[in-house]
Ligand binder design. Structure first.
Ligand SMILES: [Zn+2]
Length: 353
């Protein structure tokens, strides 16, 4: 065991390589060493080969307390947090979503249906939440649920914007004095995520933004107009089609800019999405840059490992798809630049006249 090569943290090695200078100089010296190692000729001449592990964390969401900021009416969430936790400074923590068109922020969480009695903690509460008679009028939102279905055979989908409607609740906090437009502006037909060959959804369900209010301390959303302290919000509600495909959790109409994706046949099915860096995008970014710095030749290859066959297959097709889109962008930009730089004087004068 003692002869075995073991990985050590870079600051420890840097301290061993450059013991005398201060921390700042030591970091610069280590950086210089790595730049020198990138020089083929130099490496062949004098340096031993080094092997190192570089950890990169995939961002899997952004969380915030359920609160408004009086100083900034455009901000619809409270204190931001990098990790999910049940509460912070006495307020329920929920996942932050955003609209890719207008940038407004929404909050979401795993939803637990509650009847009015359960919310008010009646002396004879039913045994199971939401099963005590009467339709649920409230939902408690919690930061994330246990997504363990299908494990360990398949990889659990962890992105909130890929979850089904039955599991996730979405709210949009409205600032004081905010006035809603006509009711029909907030109603649409939510399309199922499953599509046929032509991109038509397999089913649709009535969907709307309902006036509601949130208790920021308990995370309970009550689907009615506010009668006591709390924050006014809009609640995304949909009716799942009978015996049809399940609806997705992300609203297909934004409550702020009213952009509607429900009739789209391609691309994203909803403008609302979570703050995540996709695994395929991150893997492609790493692969692209690593391939760029590896020496050319038959030895230039990368190996990706994954913890399940399904994840490995997704990773492979994801990186391939990202590379295709990336090349398309590169060639388009190159062609636009070539034409812009090489345009004849006649073309330029035509375009101005
Ligand atoms: Zn929007």
């Amino acid at each position: 065991m003692q002869d075995r090569t073991r990985a050590r943290a870079l600051p420890d090695l840097a301290a061993q390589w450059f013991p005398s200078p201060g921390l700042k100089e030591r970091i610069e010296a280590t950086r210089g060493l790595f730049i020198a190692l990138g020089d083929d000729a130099l490496v062949r001449e004098a340096f031993p080969r080094l092997r190192f592990h570089w950890m990169a964390k995939n961002i899997d969401g952004l969380w915030a307390t359920a609160a408004l900021d009086a100083a900034d009416p455009n901000r619809r969430v409270g204190e931001l947090l990098p990790e999910p936790t049940m509460a912070s400074t006495g307020y329920r923590v929920l996942e932050v979503l955003y609209c890719e068109c207008c940038g407004t922020q929404l909050l979401s969480g795993h939803k637990i249906p509650l009847t009015r009695a359960e919310r008010d903690a009646s002396p004879n509460p039913p045994r199971l939440p939401g099963k005590g008679g009467g339709a649920p009028v409230c939902y408690e939102l919690t930061p994330g649920g246990a997504r363990i279905e299908g494990l360990p055979e398949v990889t659990a989908e962890t992105r909130t914007d890929a979850q089904p409607y039955r599991d996730v609740g979405v709210i949009w906090l409205v600032p004081p004095g905010w006035k809603a437009g006509p009711a029909e502006d907030y109603e649409w037909k939510q399309a199922s995520e499953e599509r046929d060959d032509k991109g038509n959804p397999w089913g649709r369900g009535d969907a709307s933004w309902k006036p509601a209010w949130l208790d920021p301390r308990t995370g309970v959303v009550t689907i009615e107009r506010r009668q006591s302290a709390g924050i006014d919000c809009l609640w995304f509600e949909a009716t799942e089609p009978h015996a049809g495909p399940a609806l997705g959790a992300m609203p297909q109409r934004c409550p702020s800019c009213l952009i509607d994706y429900s009739e789209r046949r391609g691309g994203r099915s909803a403008p609302i999405r979570s703050f995540v860096t996709g695994l395929a995008r991150t893997s492609h970014l790493l692969a692209k840059h690593l391939m760029g710095v590896l020496p050319e030749g038959s030895t230039r290859r990368l190996v990706a490992f994954s913890d399940s066959r399904e994840a490995a297959a997704n990773l492979a097709v994801g990186v391939e798809g990202e590379q295709w889109s990336h090349l398309l962008r590169v060639f388009l930009l190159r062609e636009i630049r070539r034409r812009a730089m090489g345009a004849s004087p006649r073309c330029r004068s035509d375009s101005w006249n």
